[in-house]
Write a protein of this length. Structure first.
Lengths: 209, 150
């Protein structure tokens, strides 16, 4: 199961990487999601945005962009949650967990292939449970759930893609030295598992576009 | 004084009335192929602890206490069991994906570690469901091993 997961993930990322190459530089403007979209359309020479006029290939292109857009709410709420944990803010994390719960619920999987849908549904169900727990736990538990939630979100983005550039970071100490990953919008390490206790523990593993 | 009397009567009638309301009983003799104990090689002592302390609320078969015949206790328990099964149903273990299994095991470990499970409201009456320090340790060790093997 894990292996299939990985294989699907790699495949999805390869596709996304291919499709995103043309607008990689613009991706760097993380905050400017709207602008990025328009520019992508400009690149392919279509300003009108009516789907009917596009050829099949261009439609695929649009869909890919659209799919990455679908994950943007989830990514935004995840990052809010991460930032709250970085600043040891239990209440902030709880609120963000609640928001994430609803953005996960709103995530529309219908545009994906059957196999991807099954995978996404599984990921979303799992992530939702962790978000629920984060909404009503103390900070120690919030961080434990955030560990597994991060894996879920990483897997979700491997399928759906992300509009903004993210950095996958790794802290080798958390979880009895088993290590834990998280996603951040910046390259600078700010550890959500330890917060002020060990702010700079960890390193960036890779960049997700 | 009269008002108190009337209220008293209404309450009494209501209490008797709700005794006739039906409740959903969580009982089944069937042990499905997906049961936790069927799909995992669980040592006897661990199995016995989990069955005694967890299965009443986290499986399709509850060993009901006598007072479950009395309302509103029965409703309270019904709600409890329903929610428990929603979170985790050992009878349906193998129908969970590996991702879900991993998460469930993680939750089992942290809830036992922090004495959140089994619930105090439950162990108050089910004294045998309380986990001794030793039971906690052996269950946690074993569940952690299972989780790492996934």
């Amino acid at each position: 199961m894990k292996r299939t997961n990985l294989a699907t993930g790699i495949l999805a990322m390869a596709i996304i990487a291919l499709m995103a190459t043309s607008c990689k530089d613009k991706n760097k403007e993380q905050e400017n999601q709207e602008g990025h979209n328009t520019e992508q359309m400009d690149d392919s020479g279509h300003m009108d945005g009516t789907m009917e006029d596009h050829s099949q290939m261009e439609q695929d292109n649009m869909n890919q962009g659209g799919m990455a857009m679908m994950s943007s709410e989830v990514v935004a709420d995840y990052l809010t949650l991460k930032n709250a944990l970085v600043s040891d803010d239990k209440d902030g994390a709880a609120t963000a967990g609640e928001k994430l719960e609803s953005s996960l619920k709103d995530f529309d999987t219908s545009k994906f292939s059957d196999e991807q849908q099954a995978e996404l549904t599984d990921i979303i169900e799992d992530a939702t449970e962790h978000a629920e727990h984060i909404a009503k736990s103390d900070i120690g538990h919030q961080r434990e759930h955030f560990d597994i939630l991060s894996k879920d979100v990483i897997d979700l983005l491997a399928i759906a893609g992300s509009e903004r550039t993210l950095y996958q970071a790794y802290c080798p100490m958390y979880n009895d030295n088993k290590g834990a990953q998280w996603l951040s919008a910046t390259e600078e390490i700010k550890n959500p598992y330890y917060g002020s206790k060990m702010m700079t523990c960890g390193s960036v593993q890779k960049q997700i576009n | 004084m009269k008002a108190v009397k009337v209220t008293g009567w209404i309450l009494l009638v209501a209490l008797v009335g709700i005794q006739f309301m039906p409740t959903e009983r969580n009982q089944s003799d069937l042990i499905p192929k997906t049961d936790f104990m069927v799909v995992n090689e669980v040592p006897k002592n661990i199995e016995s602890v989990i069955k005694t302390s967890c299965y009443d609320c986290h499986s399709n078969n509850t060993d009901y206490p006598w007072y479950n015949k009395v309302q509103p206790v029965a409703w309270y328990l019904e709600d409890h069991v329903e929610h428990g099964k929603e979170e985790l149903n050992f009878n349906e273990w193998d129908s969970y994906s590996s991702r879900r299994k991993n998460s469930k095991l993680k939750s089992i470990i942290s809830q036992i570690e922090d004495d959140e499970m089994p619930l105090t409201s439950y162990t108050l009456i089910h004294r045998d469901a309380r986990l001794s320090d030793n039971e906690k340790k052996i269950v946690l060790d074993w569940v952690s091993k299972l989780k790492d093997s996934l």
